[in-house]
Design a protein around this ligand. Structure first.
Ligand SMILES: [Zn+2]
Length: 468
């Protein structure tokens, strides 16, 4: 080989190695959880909480997370606990949403809800935050002058168990959170909204017969990029992201499918909401934090909120994103609102054509002073999150392959109906939505607990401050 060519080859190899080294040291800095240092959180200059064992907070398995959550809530006396059954797995174990209600004793402080796992595999972060809150008694769960505090653990338990983002029917529960008549909404929705159909063969590739392709090692590493990179070059990353995340309602086996009817998990929430109006509708203030992962800068949290005001009155919470960030959510990377246009953070770019967010779905049903918050923790670069979702859907659909041609969504097959008979677990999404990194694990717990504490301070102080 001529020396010039050899020099080029060596340089390319060095650059490639450096890129890989940087990638793994940043995103997988510690795959051995037991080596994590303690996590410390300090607020109000006085209160210091520390968690010595991160491994004890995080789980890699839904059942492990559920067991830890239930054990932690059972240590309290003044708690009401129950479960909403969502499915039964192949070994007849229940997959449930677990609820813990710590009743308040100061009605004007209202209710604070913390929910995890709406997107299944994303739930390991929210579950760890909930356990951290319960273990250290950070919240005034048994003190005088406390609001009602509710934990909802694993809103999508099947997705959490299968390490998938969608639920048992391949439905994205955020895109499924549609108010009013869902059938009307689906009929009115442009099937090619945000160009999903135009990009479908890249986002959800099938063979000429309409069957999903098994993503071979070649496709996982090279083929997918041969497919995607020309599209990214031509249309840009945001166009492709928008096509994915906006949600589609016509291809049950595609990605970001929003479903055709309200899913069991959300039906449970709706019934709970209607039956316990004392906790929700009649509470003078309501803060709901729904924890997600996958968007935004690594280990940082981006807040997206929907604020509500009582009829004809001013809300007790600040209404603008700038006010919220400066006065309360100062530890957050960015704060944006669903009401004001043009304030989009990096994490939520490309969501402008999206319908369906559980937090907005709940906000629309509430008439008091409310803050309905999505707390989103960044994980890997967005392009790798997209790759994981595409490959996971291909493998999942190939795994439950049916004899019916599936691609046009017009058949009457029951999507995911065989789920309980196979033990699918995605090999693509756990590390994407739950990076095995010390830095990330510590940051999520710290910022997740901080947001709840900040909401608590806002809810309780709001009654005597100028917000009224
Ligand atoms: Zn999510």
């Amino acid at each position: 080989m001529p020396s010039f060519t050899r020099l080029i080859v060596v340089q390319v190899a060095v650059i490639f190695t450096a890129v890989l080294y940087n990638f793994f040291t940043k995103y997988f800095d510690n795959t051995v959880c037991s080596q994590d240092p303690p996590i410390t959180l300090k607020y109000d200059e006085q209160q210091v909480y520390s968690w010595d064992d991160t491994c004890q907070l995080y789980s890699l398995d839904y059942k492990e997370a559920r067991g830890k959550f239930r054990a932690a809530t059972q240590l309290y006396e003044n708690v009401e606990t129950f479960s909403f059954p969502v499915a039964i797995d192949s070994s007849n174990e229940p997959l449930t949403i677990d609820v813990a209600i710590f009743p308040g004793n100061t009605p004007e402080y209202g209710t604070i809800v913390h929910s995890s796992g709406l997107h299944g595999v994303e739930g390991y972060a929210g579950s760890a935050i909930q356990l951290a809150l319960l273990q250290k008694d950070v919240l005034p769960l048994s003190e005088n002058n406390r609001p009602t505090i509710i934990f909802l653990h694993a809103l999508n338990p099947v997705g959490m168990q299968e390490h998938r983002r969608s639920n048992e029917n391949n439905v994205d529960l955020n895109r499924n959170s549609i108010h009013g008549n869902m059938e009307d909404f689906v009929n009115r929705r442009d099937p090619n909204n945000a160009n999903y159909d135009s990009f479908r063969r890249f986002l959800s590739p099938t063979d000429p017969d309409g069957f999903f392709i098994d993503p071979t090692p070649w496709y996982r590493t090279v083929g997918i990029w041969i497919n995607l990179l020309p599209q990214l070059y031509k249309y840009g990353f945001v166009a492709l992201k928008r096509a994915m995340v906006s949600g589609q309602y016509h291809h049950p086996r595609g990605i970001f499918y929003g479903g055709k009817e309200l899913q069991p998990s959300l039906q449970h929430i709706q019934i709970f909401w209607n039956q316990r109006s004392d906790l929700f509708r009649d509470a003078p203030s309501l803060v709901w934090i729904d924890v997600h992962t996958g968007l935004g800068p690594f280990g940082k949290d981006s807040i997206h909120y929907h604020a509500t005001s009582p009829n004809g009155a001013i809300s007790r919470f600040p209404q603008t994103a700038a006010e919220l960030q400066n006065q309360h959510f100062f530890t957050s990377h960015s704060v944006t609102t669903s009401v004001t246009q043009g304030e989009t953070s990096e994490a939520f770019v490309g969501y402008d054509l999206t319908k369906g967010m559980m937090t907005s779905f709940l906000a629309e049903a509430y008439n008091g002073s409310g803050l309905f918050i999505t707390q989103e923790f960044g994980t890997l670069p967005a392009i790798l999150v997209g790759r994981g979702l595409i490959l996971d859907n291909m493998l999942y659909q190939e795994n439950i392959r049916s004899k019916t041609k599936p691609s046009d969504g017009s058949t009457t097959q029951s999507v995911g109906s065989g789920r309980q008979d196979h033990s699918y677990r995605s090999p693509f999404l756990l590390n994407v939505f739950f990076p095995q990194s010390t830095t990330w694990r510590a940051s999520v717990v710290r910022l997740g607990v901080a947001l709840v504490v900040q909401c608590l301070q806002m809810s309780t102080k709001a009654n005597t401050s100028s917000y009224l």
